[in-house]
Design a protein around this ligand. Structure first.
Ligand code: ATP
Length: 238
């Protein structure tokens, strides 16, 4: 079943066209990657889907429902979680408080939010150990775990992640990818945006390659990893 269907999406910043009609889909339970170099439009795609940036035209359907013009908080409420680029945790709040904010839309159900937070600690024991620590004092990898944990507080059906391994040491990056696999194992669907095609193509089921606001290639991740154009552009030729 198709969970997310993006059709002919156009997005612009003033006169600059960032997305020139992109279409793709994410099936329920899949891990789908959007690859592309700097400025290709990956972040704009996620921001447009999640209601942080208005689409110029086109359509975004989530679970059969048109969410193209919904405000961001309604998109989250509909079950589409977002881990933005650069992590964006609240540095002056501690880990527990950051997670609580992730559950804000369910704030009336305090015991459910508290129970969910315990589950997030089980998923990320390191966060549990550091629950009283200010988020700004965590390492980059820990902040990424926190940003993911925060998005998981509402149990999204689809989690969209913007370059979750950017700037992380290789070992930390591996850990983040392992966690993403685990989240899918628990039934969530994943849309991941990455510049690093190598590790992402090992993680994803399918991938799309974006170039200057258009999708230029798509297919099963294992096939794209063997594609000469992908190798030349994104895999350093190996
Ligand atoms: P990156 O890997 O650097 O995040 P990206 O693939 O995510 O790149 P976008 O950030 O989506 O690319 O940018 C797509 C295009 O839109 C680029 O040409 C970029 O310069 C332009 N752009 C992005 N944000 C803005 C903005 N706030 N104002 C004007 N132009 C923007």
């Amino acid at each position: 079943m198709t969970l997310l269907q993006v059709s002919d999406l156009h997005s612009r910043y003033g006169q600059v066209e960032a997305l020139s009609g992109i279409s793709f889909e994410v099936g329920d339970g899949e891990i789908v990657a959007l690859l592309g170099s700097n400025g290709a439009g990956k972040t704009t795609t996620l921001r447009t889907i999640t209601g942080l940036h208005r689409a110029r035209s086109g359509r975004v359907e989530f679970d059969g429902r048109d969410i193209t013009r919904l405000d961001a908080h309604k998109v989250v409420a509909a079950g589409l979680g977002h881990v933005p680029e650069g992590r964006r945790v609240f540095p002056a709040l501690n880990v527990a408080e950051n997670l609580l904010l992730g559950g804000y839309l369910r704030r009336r159900d305090r015991s459910a939010v508290a129970a969910r937070r315990e589950e997030v600690y089980e998923m990320f024991p390191r966060l549990g150990e550091r629950r009283g620590q200010l988020a700004g004092l965590l390492s980059g990898g820990e902040q990424q775990m926190l940003a993911i944990g925060r998005a998981l507080m509402l149990r999204p059906r689809l989690l969209a992640l913007d370059e979750p391994t950017m700037g992380l040491a290789p070992q930390m990056a591996q850990q983040v990818l392992r966690v993403i696999r685990e989240i899918r194992g628990q039934g969530a669907t994943i849309l991941i945006v990455e510049q690093n095609a190598h590790q992402t193509l090992r993680l994803a089921d399918r991938a799309y390659v974006l170039e200057t606001g258009r999708i230029v290639l798509s297919g099963p991740a294992s096939e794209l990893a063997q594609d000469d154009r992908v190798k030349a552009a994104y895999l350093g030729g190996d």
